[in-house]
Design a protein around this ligand. Structure first.
Ligand code: IPE
Ligand code: IPE
Ligand code: MG
Ligand code: MG
Length: 362
């Protein structure tokens, strides 16, 4: 709690307290709580080829979280150690490895993108007024909005300190641009909230900025570190952009269809905020006039009262199938971009990641 005296060492999670969600070989989910970390990480089968790198990134994250300010440690450790799929750091590592990178700067940059991601989550949960993330109370629900926003800023600026330590102008350009576009995407989304006339293109513009841009940056950074020429770097960036777009489209499907115990987030958060996501846009394009009026009203007024009627409109117009197909098209474009890579276990894992982005249920 804020202001309370911290008794454990900063940056250290006691053994046996790590809470992780692990993929099984069938792509299903295993939730493993209170398990020693070493016993869990190897079960993330897609990450198997980079497990040593992922462990190195994990150690770096713990180290770089340090601050003398107790509240920063409490909030930052709370969110960072609450789980999370660590997809964006994995992307940096897979692309760097697939292109034969031999150094260790990919660990620092992987930690940087996870810090940026975590910081956007802290801010996003305040803006979205969400109270559940990764199966736990959100940081804003537990510590308050002010602490969440300010510790989000701390993580953001710590990410920039780490990025500068890599001392590579291209890396700095990519991350400076990505973070700026992400912020633009969040503001664009704010403008779109409660607007039932948002088009598919308007929706796609938001998700490319707020989510896919960081995936793009992560994949591009792996290529830059490996010294890849532009004709390889650009397809890697395209891969990240399409993967991230598919990933967010499915996130928006899961907001209407998931099992909360698997996503660790509440259903209906998007509707509560009046977000015109693709399932709703489709339902308005194909529903009866009564359904169109209901969905329009739900977007314009927000809240959770209309959730079941909106869900019915989504079901009868098969809006989730349509939306999943859209994600599938993006994942196929991601896969196609990988053609420039030579065969390797890392390339295979990137291919699996594009499947995961569409098939995932968490
Ligand atoms: C959540 O991202 C925010 C979105 C872009 C949808 P993730 O689903 O990758 O979040 P964690 O890190 O695994 O919790
Ligand atoms: C992703 O959008 C937000 C960020 C890119 C930070 P959402 O608002 O849908 O993400 P969740 O569902 O809260 O994780
Ligand atoms: Mg949100
Ligand atoms: Mg969401």
């Amino acid at each position: 709690m804020p202001g309370q005296k911290q008794t454990k060492r900063p940056g250290v999670v006691p053994p046996g307290r790590f809470n992780f969600r692990a993929l099984t070989s069938s792509g299903g989910l295993r939730t493993i709580a209170q398990f020693p970390r070493a016993a869990i990480l190897p079960t993330l089968e897609i990450y198997a080829p980079i497990i040593a790198d992922m462990n190195a990134v994990d150690a770096l994250i713990r180290e770089r979280l340090h601050s003398d300010v107790v509240l920063i440690r409490q909030v930052a450790e709370y969110i960072i150690h609450s789980g999370g799929k660590r997809l964006r750091p994995a992307l940096v590592l897979f692309v760097a490895n697939a292109l034969g990178y031999q150094g260790s700067q990919h660990h620092e940059l992987a930690a940087v993108v996870e810090f940026i991601h975590t910081s956007t989550l802290l801010h996003d949960d305040v803006v979205d007024e969400s109270d559940l993330r990764r199966g736990n109370k959100t940081a804003n629900a537990l510590f308050g909005n002010a602490a969440s926003v300010l510790v989000g800023d701390f993580l953001y600026s710590r990410a920039f300190q780490m990025m500068v330590s890599v001392d590579n102008m291209r890396v700095m350009q990519v991350l400076a641009e990505a973070t700026n576009i992400i912020a633009e995407g969040e503001v664009l989304q704010l403008l779109n909230c409660h607007d039932a006339d948002v088009t598919v293109d308007g929706y796609l513009q938001v998700i490319r900025c707020k989510t896919a841009k960081l995936f793009e940056a992560a994949a591009r950074l792996g290529a830059i570190l490996a010294g890849a020429p532009p004709e390889i770097e650009q397809p890697m960036a395209d891969f990240g952009m399409h993967l991230g777009t598919a990933f967010q489209i499915i996130d928006d499907v899961l907001d209407y269809s998931a099992d909360e115990s698997e996503t660790g987030k509440h259903l209906g958060d998007d509707l509560a905020e009046g977000k015109p996501t693709l399932p709703l846009i489709h339902a308005m394009q194909h529903g009866t006039s009564a359904q169109v009026a209901c969905v329009r009203h739900a977007i314009e007024s927000g809240g959770r009262e209309d959730f079941s009627t909106v869900l019915e409109a989504i079901q009868t117009t098969r809006a989730l199938d349509f939306t999943r197909n859209h994600a599938r098209t993006e994942a196929d474009l991601a896969t196609a971009a990988l053609q420039v890579l030579p065969p390797s276990i890392f390339k295979d894992a990137l291919l699996e990641l594009s499947e995961f982005a569409v098939a995932r249920c968490f």
